[in-house]
Write a protein that binds this ligand. Structure first.
Ligand code: AMO
Length: 430
C-alpha cells in the first residue's frame, strides 16, 4: 500500500511510495534518486552490486519527472532529506516523462513567469508553488468557515448577465443565443436583491470578470471575489466583519500551514491586529500630497503611486473611509449631513487595495437619482430597482479580492502567482 512520503520515518520498515523523479544522481557504485509526492521528498538509494536486474534496468531508463512506484526497506540516513532513505526491492516506471522537460521542477534553473504559466501543470509540482495554492485553499476554507459560523447564507449568483454592475465599462460581451449578454463584474446587484429577499446575511466566493486593459502586477481579467451583504448593518459594522475575517484567515493560515510558509520562506508572516486604522479619504489625500511625488487633489482617485505613499506611512492594513460621493458607485450611501461624501470604504494593505464596500442606498428614489447622476439609464437597471419598491431593508457589504489577499499575505510579486491559470490581456491558454 502506498504511503505519503512525509509519513515515512526511519522506523517505517518496509514502505511503498509513489511520486515523480525529482533528481537523479549516479555515483558509479551507487545511484541516488529523489522521489517527490505532494507531501515531501525521499531519497532512494540503489547499491548497484546488490540490486536486482529489474531495479537496475528501470533505474537506468527512468527520466526526471516520470511517475514511479517504488517499494523497499527504509533505513535511517542522517544526510538524506527527512533523515531516511529507501532501498528498493521493486522500481516500477508507471509513466515515463519525455525529455527535455519544458520546465525544471527542481528549481535549479530559474524560469520566467510566462514560461512557468505555459507549463503550469509542471510549475505547480514545485513545492514552493504548490505551497501558495495549499495556503490559498486554507484561506478560502477559513473564509467559508467564518461565514458559516456567523450565520451567512452562501449564495451563487449568475455570471452571465444582461447589464453592467458598476456602470457600463469594463465588460466582456458574450454571445447568448440572440441576445446581448456579458460576463458579470461583481455579484453586487444580486446580493443586494437578496437583502430584499430576506436572506439578511449572504456571502459568495466566486469569479468576477473585468475587461480592463491593464497590464499590471495586480490586475487580472478573471478574479475571485469574496463578497458579503448584510441587512440592517451600516458601513461601520461591515468594516468590523471585514477586519475580523482578515485576522481569522491569517490566524488559520498561520496555524495550519507552517510547512508551506516555511517552504515559501515567509519569515515575516505576521497576523495583522484589529481594529485597523480608519483613515478618512481627506486625510489620505493630505498624506499623499505630502509624501508622493505625483500631484494629487481632493476628488481624484487614489493612484498606484499615491497608494504606495500612503501605505508606507500607514505600515499595516487600514481603511480609507468617507469618500467623495462623486467618485464612488451610485449604490454607495451619501452621508445625510453632507451628501458630498459617502459611507464607502476601501480596505488597504500597504501595497494595494484589497476590498471595496459601503453602506448602500436602500431608498428607491435616491437610488434612481444617483443612477441618473452617474449618467446611467435607470431603465437598464429595472430588474435591480424593482426590489427597492417592495420593502428593501437598509444594508451594507463589501467585495474582497481573493488573489490580492493571497498575494499580499505571502509577499508575492505578481498577482498571477496566486492564480492557477491566470487570465490577462495576453493569456487565454492554458
Ligand atoms: P471593486 O471593483 O473595488 O468593488 O472590487 C472589489 C475587490 O476585488 C478585487 N478586484 C480585482 N482583483 C484583481 N484584478 C482585478 N481586475 C480586480 N478587480 C477587482 C480587488 C478589489 O478591491 N461591487 C464592489 C464591492 C462591494 O461594494 O461590495 C466591487 O466590485 O481586491
Amino acid at each position: 500500500m502506498r504511503i505519503p512520503i512525509q509519513s515515512v520515518t526511519p522506523e517505517t520498515g518496509h514502505a511503498e511510495v509513489c511520486g515523480w523523479v525529482h533528481e537523479v544522481r549516479d555515483l558509479g557504485g551507487l545511484a541516488f534518486f529523489l522521489i517527490r509526492d505532494r507531501t515531501g521528498i525521499i531519497q532512494v538509494t540503489i547499491p548497484k552490486k546488490k540490486a536486482s536486474e529489474a531495479v537496475l534496468a528501470a533505474a537506468k531508463k527512468v527520466s526526471r519527472e516520470s511517475v514511479v512506484r517504488i517499494a523497499g526497506t527504509i533505513k535511517a540516513m542522517e544526510k538524506a532529506p527527512g533523515g531516511r532513505e529507501l532501498v528498493p526491492d521493486t522500481f516500477e516506471i508507471v509513466n515515463l516523462a519525455e525529455t527535455p522537460l519544458p520546465l525544471d521542477v527542481s528549481e535549479k534553473v530559474g524560469a520566467e513567469l510566462d514560461t512557468r504559466l505555459d507549463a503550469r501543470f509542471l510549475d505547480v509540482r514545485r513545492p514552493r508553488v504548490a505551497a501558495v495554492f495549499q495556503i490559498r485553499s486554507a484561506a478560502m476554507h477559513a473564509a467559508h468557515n467564518y461565514f458559516h459560523k456567523k450565520g451567512f447564507i452562501s449564495i451563487t449568483t449568475p455570471k452571465i448577465v444582461a447589464a453592467a454592475t458598476e456602470g457600463g465599462t469594463e465588460l466582456f460581451p458574450i454571445a447568448y443565443f440572440d441576445k446581448e449578454a456579458f460576463l458579470n463584474q461583481s455579484p453586487q446587484l444580486y446580493k443586494q436583491m437578496l437583502m430584499a429577499g430576506g436572506f439578511e446575511k449572504v456571502c459568495e466566493i466566486g469569479p468576477i470578470f473585468r475587461a480592463e486593459e491593464h497590464n499590471t502586477t495586480k490586475h487580472l481579467n478573471e478574479a475571485t471575489s469574496i463578497d458579503i451583504e448584510v441587512s440592517y448593518a451600516d458601513h461601520h459594522e461591515v468594516m468590523r466583519i471585514l477586519e475580523d475575517l482578515i485576522v481569522k484567515i491569517y490566524e488559520y493560515v498561520n496555524r495550519s500551514c507552517s510547512d508551506q510558509l516555511a517552504n515559501l520562506e515567509c519569515t515575516d508572516f505576521t497576523v495583522p491586529k484589529a481594529p485597523f486604522t480608519r483613515l478618512p479619504y481627506r486625510e489620505a489625500i493630505e498624506i499623499a500630497q505630502r509624501t508622493c511625488s505625483e500631484p494629487i487633489q481632493y476628488g481624484d482617485d487614489i493612484s498606484a503611486a499615491a497608494e504606495h505613499a500612503i501605505g508606507d506611512e500607514m505600515g499595516s492594513h487600514y481603511f480609507i473611509t468617507d469618500w467623495p460621493t462623486e467618485i464612488r458607485p451610485y449604490y454607495a450611501m451619501p452621508y445625510e449631513d453632507d451628501p458630498s461624501i459617502c459611507k464607502a470604504f476601501d480596505l488597504m494593505h500597504p501595497r494595494m487595495e484589497l476590498s471595496s464596500g459601503a453602506e448602500r442606498v436602500h431608498q428607491y428614489d435616491l437610488l434612481v437619482q444617483q443612477i441618473k447622476k452617474k449618467g446611467l439609464n435607470p431603465e437598464s437597471f429595472e430588474f435591480y430597482l424593482r426590489p427597492f419598491r417592495y420593502g428593501m431593508p437598509p444594508h451594507a457589504g463589501w467585495g474582497l479580492g481573493a488573489e490580492r489577499l493571497i498575494m499580499t499575505m505571502l509577499g508575492l510579486s505578481n498577482v498571477r502567482e496566486a492564480v492557477l491559470f491566470p487570465r490577462d490581456m495576453h493569456r487565454l491558454v492554458p
